[in-house]
Design a protein around this ligand. Structure first.
Ligand code: GAL
Length: 399
């Protein structure tokens, strides 16, 4: 069923007449046919969300891109059962003009059925993010990649490329970033490989992905100097000058690292900075407003939600300053980020000052039932606030 009536020809007045007559009917019919409770184009955070074919949208850990007047939503396609949290299908893509109604554009990057492939079925492909490279005219996808059966120990990025926003994306390569490079903000005294004594200390430390009293802060990035820095939860950010950056969770989850991408977006330049050493942040979502940079992160409790953290900076390289929990609501809502974990912040084109906080409500015991929590940011002075809404309309937020 087409979602929008498309006047085949005619003047503006004919178009308006058609819209006036047909659109309310379509708005009534569309969501009702898809099972949504409200007739308007609205977003229902945490509710089941269906696509244009009536299927539940399956795009977790999502990344977003606007291209050719449409929004594209890329995410992990998750299946039921024990294997559901691993990559069994690939990266799903949907597209929309209004952010409410999403067309299923299929699997943008399928897993490989070749057991020798790095993206073989059963590996982990998480948090895909897509940016457009003007220089080459290519759509470039980065994602968190873990080799099949390696748990979360590979800690790599994967890259895939496409000519069209909906793909197909062709896998290019995977790697750990910044091998053989020191962070731009590491003092000279730290720019040395680990000594025998430091290696011995490291081997006795507990590193289980979360904070611990004896966490060997400042040893892990030096350990990883030769082989490349670990990269787990990640996002991409393109600045106003067209330069792109990888924000990634490194150093056994202890430290965020920001890396400048090469001009073709197919690698890193080796210029990178450490942010919040020993801060144990995950799920970075980065955006810019009025010349300032903002980042939402979570703590490190796996699929279980925890409190959101807001950080701000006036330069992308930092210093970044953590300014607390941006959520407003009950204690339970604040402690769990409305039962979700950040994945992206989308700036809505054509709507003044509309940024959408996008997060996942993970359901690891039944992964496809994971939900999407999208909430418009409210601004209190220069800082964003996230408040619960049962529903809201992206086109009518300021109306
Ligand atoms: C979360 C992370 C997810 C996934 C999960 C696995 O903290 O943000 O992307 O990796 O852990 O436990």
């Amino acid at each position: 069923m087409p979602i929008y009536p498309k006047p085949s020809s005619g003047s503006e007045s004919v178009r308006r007449l058609l819209l006036a007559v047909a659109l309310p009917a379509v708005l009534r019919l569309g969501p009702a046919a898809h099972g949504a409770p409200d007739p308007a184009c609205a977003i229902y955070p945490g509710a089941e969300w269906r696509d244009d074919r009536g299927a539940v949208i399956n795009a977790h850990g999502g990344g977003f891109l606007r291209s050719g007047g449409r929004y594209y939503w890329y995410g992990q396609h998750m299946v039921e059962g024990e294997a559901g949290n691993t990559a069994q299908v690939g990266i799903h893509v949907y597209s929309s003009e209004d952010l409410c109604r999403w067309r299923d554009d299929g699997i943008a990057m399928p897993v490989s059925l070749d057991p020798r492939s790095e993206i073989t079925k059963g590996c982990l492909i998480e948090r895909p993010k897509v940016i457009f490279n003007r220089r080459k005219g290519k759509f470039v996808m980065w994602f968190h990649l873990e080799g099949k059966g390696s748990g979360y120990s590979s800690a790599m990025v994967g890259i895939a490329v496409a000519d069209e926003p909906a793909g197909p994306f062709r896998f290019v390569r995977s790697f750990r970033p910044n091998a053989g490079r020191w962070p731009r903000n590491a003092p000279e005294t730290m720019r040395t490989p680990l000594s025998q004594a430091e290696l011995a200390r490291l081997s006795g430390c507990k590193m289980n992905g979360g904070p611990s009293a004896d966490f060997p802060i400042d040893l892990v990035f030096r350990r990883d100097f030769a082989g490349g820095q670990m990269s787990r939860d990640m996002t991409l950010f393109v600045d106003d000058d067209g330069a792109a950056y990888l924000f990634t969770v490194a150093e056994e989850n202890a430290t965020l690292q920001i890396s400048r991408l090469t001009d073709d977006f197919l690698g890193v330049t080796g210029d990178y900075a450490r942010v919040f050493p020993n801060g144990f942040n995950e799920a970075p979502a980065v955006f810019k407003r009025k010349g300032r940079y903002f980042m939402f992160t979570s703590g490190t409790t796996g699929w279980a939600p925890n409190a959101c953290r807001l950080s701000v900076a006036s330069s992308l390289w930092g210093p970044w300053r953590q300014v607390g929990n941006p959520c407003s609501g009950t204690d339970a809502q604040k402690a769990s980020t409305f039962d979700s974990q950040s994945t992206y912040v989308l700036e809505v084109i054509g709507q003044p000052d509309l940024f959408i906080f996008m997060a996942d409500r993970w359901r690891p015991e039944n992964p496809p039932d994971g939900r999407y929590v999208w909430l418009p940011l409210r601004w209190r002075g220069d800082l964003p606030l996230i408040e619960w809404k049962d529903s809201w309309a992206p086109s009518n937020l300021h109306g």
